[in-house]
Design a protein around this ligand. Sequence first.
Ligand SMILES: *[C@@H]1O[C@H](CO)[C@@H](O)[C@H](O)[C@H]1NC(C)=O
Ligand SMILES: *[C@@H]1O[C@H](CO)[C@@H](O)[C@H](O)[C@H]1NC(C)=O
Ligand SMILES: *[C@@H]1O[C@H](CO)[C@@H](O)[C@H](O)[C@H]1NC(C)=O
Ligand SMILES: *[C@@H]1O[C@H](CO)[C@@H](O)[C@H](O)[C@H]1NC(C)=O
Length: 966
Amino acid sequence: MTLVCLGAMVMAGKPNIAPMGSNILNVHLVAHTHDDVGWLKTVDEYYYGANMSIQTAGVQYTLDSVVTGLLQNPERRFIYVEIAFFMRWWREQTPATQKSVTELVRNGQLEFINGGWCMNDEATTYYDDIIDQMTLGHQFINENFGVTPKIGWHIDPFGHSNAQSAIFGNIGFDAFIIGRMDYQDIDWRLQDKQMEFMWRGSRSNPEYQVFTSVLRAMYCTPSGFNFEGGDDPIQDDPNLFNVNIQERAEAFIAVAQEYSTHYQSNNVLVPMGCDFAYMNANMYFKNLDKLIAYINANPQYNMNLLYSTPSIYIDAVNAANLTWNVKTDDLFPYADGPYSYWTGYFVSRPALKGYVRQTNALLHVTEQLMVTSQSSIPNVQSMFPQVEVLREAQGVAQHHDAVAGTEQQHVAYDYAQRLSIGQYSAYSVLNTVVGQLLAGTSSNPIPSMSFCPLLNESSCPVLDYLVFNTSVPVVLYNSLSWTRYEYVNLPVPIAQVSVSNNNGAIKSQTTVELDGSAWVTFVAEVPPMGYATYIIAPAQAEETTAADVAEAATPSVHDSQIVLQNPFISVRFDATTGAIVSITNVTSGTYINVTQQFMTYAPSVGDSVSDQCDGAYIFRPVNQEPTAYTTTNPTVSVVNGPEVSTITRFWNENMVQIFRLYANAYFLEVEETVGPIDISDGLGKEVVTRYNTSLNTNNTWYSDSNGMEMQQRIINYRPSWNYTVMQPTSGNYVPLNAITYLQDTNQNLQLTFITDRSRSCASLGNGELEMMLHRRTLMDDGRGVGEPMNESTQIITTTRIVFHQINNDAQSFYRPLALAHQHPLFPVFTTTTYSSNVWSSMYQGTYSPLNYDLPQGIRLLTLQWLDNSDSAIVLRLQNIYAIDGQDTVDTQTISVDITTIFAFYQVTSVTEMNLSATMKLAAVNRLNWNTNSANVKPVQPSLNGDFTVQISPMDVRTYIITLESN
Ligand SMILES: *[C@@H]1O[C@H](CO)[C@@H](O)[C@H](O)[C@H]1NC(C)=O
Ligand SMILES: *[C@@H]1O[C@H](CO)[C@@H](O)[C@H](O)[C@H]1NC(C)=O
Ligand SMILES: *[C@@H]1O[C@H](CO)[C@@H](O)[C@H](O)[C@H]1NC(C)=O
Ligand SMILES: *[C@@H]1O[C@H](CO)[C@@H](O)[C@H](O)[C@H]1NC(C)=O
């Protein structure tokens, strides 16, 4: 082999890589900065470099400094990842700097990698949000630079999900590079050179597999080479003292050689950077220049050092044409030591987690309504900047220290404030859009709309107008693409109210609670992606007929068991304690016994075995068995009503449980008020709800991956390595985003739980399932946040429970219900002194922009503008059913004719895109990889002809469409 002086030949844009089979190791130096979109400081503190006493970090300086460094030497390369920061910087630059930066991107010196708004968390995020935040970042990059990132780079998130890998495949990424992997998992992979593999995370869509590479030693510069952080510079002038270049070069070569022993190709990736690095880029670049020149000039080292990027590295690994193992399980839970399971953050800051789920729902409502209303409200697109405020706040909130709950307290407040500003900005759009749609072309005054963000806390000030003989029309918007018949509960200040729609009075029930507060409950019927209006009126203000008057039920306690029953299920409760006893399928008589208990784990403060404390990230209970959280019997009250029957169990203001069974719904709803958690014990608590059932579950349970496919979980077991159990409780805890269930395969029975926010769950014994609801811990767990998670919030969280069969269309019992729970009917209120009849004749109380319900199983996931000038619209369709190996009824490919969907528009073009809507699908050209298992076909177009698409199970397809008003 002739050795060439490779260093001299490196030119930006065309890296020189020694081929596989040569005896040269390519050492890919990836200069990078890992910029948390909020953590110890807020996103804007990080951007400006404020609050340096907390952390020396200022992204504006990093970007200034990196750009200067790149312009000085065309061989240098750098990657940038978090677009929330880059956008802040870019809009401050002069046209001349923007031009230079554009050139750096064009010649490959500056490469966007990952390119989401943030580097999102994978355990606590919902798929709507992941897709939205990746789209937001990619659209920015595409608009300004005309490129799409090629590599996923999640080098810090604390575990990795199957849905995330498939989302990256759907975006068109060539690879996914990760930093953290369970210490037991990575041990064997290091030994067996299995640090790279093909990750086939979706059972339904194996074509979204993504080549995955695990970093050797996380994402920071190897020790001794942090040139910006106090390590020795490269000293190479023989006329000066302390020349160290040969010693430093050989030390670096040793690191690179050690790394390479764990990988199969003759390429190794060495990250050069860390959190908020390169504020003084010159200190890095100058020394790296010297290291590269020296090592490459000495052929005896057999090493080719180059400024590289993840995509150059991945191209080189691909060119080696090796054959890779396939992995199908996810990377949860993650432990970085035997007593350090990162399973606490799945639940940390549950109020923020709930808020993020609510603002996702609001964002969908707003984006959809703007697009569908443009034929009635021609200037509606001018309000786009207002919805962008919420988009960006939601994007920031997906960061792996945001919704994850691992930020400092003042940063948690900042995320919530951003969401709140975004929420009110969206409200102002909805005020205009809904008001104008209600008035339509009439000359009636455009109603002013109000909102009740604290509805779940029984606060809705506009409804208080009922006491002044004023009626309150409630516009209920449905952001799902099928008609919904759903129970609506609204707090009312008076017990006598009537509910009517434009056909007149409908049935309703007013329930008066023990504390005197009252709720009205009725069934709303709302068209797909449209709304229906229900007018709540003081009963005496209307012409009263028998049907108008809400039936007020009074609480009653039976002396034996309490039974709540509807035509589908009957649920028994203990009359003394109000505790659930059993659930029965009324049709078949099949039942299961169920008990439920609130329990608590005490957070560890370290012990003789390990000084690991429980904290924001880590769940380390003192004892593996929890103790009872509620030790006394609650006060139990029962309401039997025509629309809803409830059992309320009241311990104190900080612990309340309400079971609701609606007259015509197959699920049981349970609402729990938890917290503030008492810390008088000086420790804090992890509060769980534990269900024990008579199901024979064979050590198995299931939980969803970011709301998408279900993951099978087995107690004390990992599918891809021999697992040594160190933490029997926290080592079995996994993320739960929306759905978890137990199955008894012999009895063909399933018990499914649907949550309103991300939590965690575990099954620790046969027939048992527990979910953690809240946690408050008084120690810092040593993973950087530097604060105890001593959060004094109260949450009100709602879970729906479905008892059903496994084989008989099972997913149809929980998939649509789960979506409905994440996207509740969204209420917008106004007031009127007119009678219901008159108001209904003045205003268009229903709005129905779709021609029909989309086929069962198809969700219209996205309908949004790309920006405020372009008329192009992003449309995403999802098949919500998955191939899960058990339920075959619904898992079909479904056809949709896009031209027929919209009532007010003609669809004039449909272009199929990648998931982030930056590239035509036909232009996505992913690398091919050889695997040692059956190969899967590459992604096929779903567009069949000009306008008809075929969506296969759990697939999400993205289109850019243009609409013309009819
Ligand atoms: C890559 O490897 C495959 C299978 O090992 C082989 O069939 C193919 O010819 C190789 N391609 C190249 C370009 O070497
Ligand atoms: C439910 O519990 C009752 C009372 O303990 C018991 O008699 C019955 O066998 C149990 N049923 C099932 C299905 O386990
Ligand atoms: C129980 O689980 C084991 C291990 O996962 C599996 O091999 C077996 O088939 C299961 N049994 C039943 C009845 O599902
Ligand atoms: C209840 O039992 C009936 C009769 O076996 C069955 O058709 C129905 O699907 C069951 N309900 C659920 C929710 O599984």
